[in-house]
Every structure is written in C-alpha cells, then in structure tokens.
Design a protein around this ligand. Structure first.
Ligand code: 0L1
Ligand code: MG
Length: 264
C-alpha cells in the first residue's frame, strides 16, 4: 500500500536524485518516514525512473538485487528487490571506472540475461524466462548505496533504485540451453587475490528464478519486461568494496571473464 502523498514521493525522489547525481550520502528515508512501506519505496523509484527518462536517459533493462543468501546476510534483509538500469550506468569491459562520482562503491559478480521476447507477470516462471532468453552473459555490477554508513532498510534501498550505479556486461555470451546454469562457478579477484567465489545456484536456486521474480514485481508496478532487455539476476557472492587503484577480475566458468579498474 502506498502511504506517502504525491508531494512526499516527489520530495523523496528529489532527495535520492541529488544524492545519486552529486554523490553524497543521505540518512535512510525511514528515519523521516518510519512507517514507509515497500510500495512507497517503489513509488519513489518509479518517480526517479520517469524523471531520468524525461531527462533523456534510456531504459536498457532491470536488475534483481539481494537474491543470494550471501547478499541477504551481508545486508541484513530477507526479501529480494528490483531496480532499473539505464544507458548512463553502462560501462565497457576493461574500462576504468571513476569513483569520484560514487559514494560507497562495491562490486558484485552476476549472470545477466538478454531477452528475445516480452515477459509479463503475474506468475512468470523460471522456465518462461529461459524460453524468452536470447542469451546469457557474465556481468559485474557496481552498486553504490547512497545511505550514510550503509545504514538502511529495504524500503530505503528500493527508493534508491536498489543501489544501482554502474554495470559492465562482457565475457562470452551463451545460449542457456547449452549450459547447466545453476552449477556455473564464479571466482572474483581483487588485485590478484580471491575475494569471493560461488555457484550461480546461490541466486534463488537458479538465476532465472530471480528474473521471474523481477517480472512479477514489474507486474505489481504495472510494467512488463520488453524484448531486448538486459537483466542482471543478482550478486552470486557478497559485494566487495573498491577504491581507486583496485583491479577487479571476475572469472566465470563457461562464460569467460570480465576485468575493470577503478580510479579517482
Ligand atoms: O544489487 C543488489 O544486490 C542490491 C543491493 C542493495 C543493497 C546494497 O547497497 O548492498
Ligand atoms: Mg547486484
């Protein structure tokens, strides 16, 4: 249920937009609105999406977040979430990503899906997702919570677009039918040292389940997932903090690897 007024949604959207675009930390929104609901969080996120699109950003896809046990335990939440992805967040493979326009950057290794058919809820299933998938590819997500000291709750995170900031797709694109997706392993290295590893099954048993969940949340928001969408299914391992000078290499079984660097 949406409990915030239209004026409050617009005001909170402007607060989040300022923190995102000028890279400063803000207190979690529930400090001011302790009764805020998840629907309120999505109302603020939707306002932010419409505002960015009106400013000329292009919606390229969506991300599921908090879909693995490692991520839920790390952030102290127990429900997955979704956020939108735009062209302004995309970065090429092997690029140098500046942290000067980010607040608390952290990286995650994810499996991304590119769709060849529209998907819609309610009751979207993992099998429908696989049937509608053109190919999967590995991705690194750079998340950036805008909340001071990572003190937040799910309602605030959803309003902050699930901490979305940057993303990099790359490696080798593969047809899902050629792979046993849940058993695919990933190793994340930071400056040559292993900092995380896991199998894709960490993501709700199968990353396609996370995409189905995303499609069903989109239905609740009155949206569908168009053909040609880029969808990230959620971090397989816990997120790892990065700073200028860091080099991240994500090695995915069967899907190749992706490297990025961070600079001031
Ligand atoms: O991508 C995600 O798993 C969303 C994480 C949201 C919370 C955080 O900033 O870690
Ligand atoms: Mg993520």
């Amino acid at each position: 249920m949406i409990t915030l007024s239209r004026e409050e949604i617009v005001r909170l959207c402007e607060r989040v937009e300022g923190a995102q675009t000028r890279a400063y930390a803000i207190p979690k929104l529930t400090d001011e609105y302790p009764e805020m609901t998840m629907d309120d969080g999505y109302a603020v996120q939707t306002e932010l999406r419409k505002r960015f699109i009106a400013q000329g950003h292009t919606l390229v896809g969506w991300k599921a977040g908090l879909t693995s046990r490692a991520k839920m335990q790390q952030m102290g939440v127990d429900v997955p979430s979704i956020g939108f992805l735009t062209d302004r967040m995309a970065r090429p493979e092997n690029s140098v990503i500046s942290v000067s326009d980010l607040v608390h950057p952290r990286v995650e290794c994810e499996i991304a899906f590119v769709t060849a058919k529209q998907l819609s809820g309610p009751d979207c299933t993992a099998q429908q997702v696989l049937d509608a998938t053109d190919y999967i590819l590995p991705a690194i997500e750079v998340i950036d919570s805008r909340y001071s000291g990572f003190k937040f709750d799910l309602e605030s995170v959803v309003a902050d677009n699930g901490s979305s900031a940057r993303f990099v797709g790359g490696g080798r694109a593969r047809y899902p039918a050629e792979l046993d997706i849940p058993t695919l392993g990933v190793v994340m290295e930071k400056n040559g040292e292993i900092v995380g590893m896991g199998a894709a099954a960490e993501v709700l048993g199968h990353p396609a389940e996370a995409v189905a969940m995303l499609v069903n949340i989109l239905h609740d928001l009155g949206e569908t997932l168009p053909s040609g969408s880029f969808v990230m299914s959620g971090g397989i391992t816990a997120a790892v903090a990065v700073q200028p000078g860091d080099h991240i290499n994500a090695r995915f079984q069967e899907l190749g690897s992706i490297s990025i660097r961070f600079a001031e």
